[in-house]
Design a protein around this ligand. Structure first.
Ligand code: IMP
Length: 196
């Protein structure tokens, strides 16, 4: 029987990405699967803090091995904004269209459109906490392209590609993305340290 691991999210895009990577060995449960409908407050000022807050929430409430991620788009020309505020860059309504418009507007007079996504994963296993990180470099474009993915995917072109994440789709995104890198680290760790 597969081991269970709670992923502290209800974001179906993230769940799908992560389940594909861990599917052979772990049954990944979402917050919804735990009948948890609360939005866990992300009050940290760094990706690391937020990932740890979310993982601790699940551990404290359910006592189950769990992990949480926090991701930010970091743009050097904007002093690495929006970073930890990526979801609500254009306001509390967390609207991806508005976030993309804002970032394109902010970059209008800049020469450097380079950007990277960074994901931090906090894992709690048997009460012990571990951190993993994944990063992908690329650049942003002015006009949205593609209809797959979510968030900033339509304006992010990963290094080495000429298509946006939203054009590439999950199959390719999953082999190169920030989250895939972090999840693969998590997977390697679980195999090395926790397999029976
Ligand atoms: P979260 O806090 O990890 O959910 O991520 C914060 C925000 O970053 C999300 O609301 C999205 O706008 C953006 N984001 C996270 N991961 C991705 C991704 O893989 N592609 C595009 N945008 C993302």
């Amino acid at each position: 029987m597969k081991k269970q691991l709670v992923f502290a999210t209800n974001n179906r895009h993230k769940l799908e990405e992560v389940r594909l990577i861990l599917e052979n060995t772990y049954q990944v449960l979402s917050l919804e699967d735990m009948d948890c409908w609360e939005e866990i407050p992300e009050t940290g000022s760094t990706l690391e803090e937020n990932a740890r807050i979310k993982a601790r929430f699940v551990w404290n409430r359910y006592g189950l091995d769990c992990f949480a991620d926090d991701t930010g788009l970091e743009v050097p020309a904007l002093n690495n904004a929006p970073g930890v505020y990526s979801a609500r860059y254009a306001g509390e309504q967390k609207n991806s269209e508005e976030n993309m418009c804002k970032i394109v507007w902010e970059l209008a007079n800049k020469d450097d459109w380079s950007a990277h996504f960074r994901t931090v994963i906090a894992l709690i296993c048997g009460g012990q906490e571990y951190l993993f990180e994944g990063k992908i470099n690329g650049h942003l474009i002015k006009e949205k392209r593609g209809d797959k993915g979510f968030g900033y995917d339509p304006i992010f072109v990963p290094q080495g590609q000429d298509k946006t994440f939203a054009e590439l789709g999950n199959e390719i995104k999953n082999t190169i993305s920030h989250r895939a890198i972090a999840v693969n680290q998590l997977k390697a760790f679980l195999y090395e340290n926790l397999s029976e």
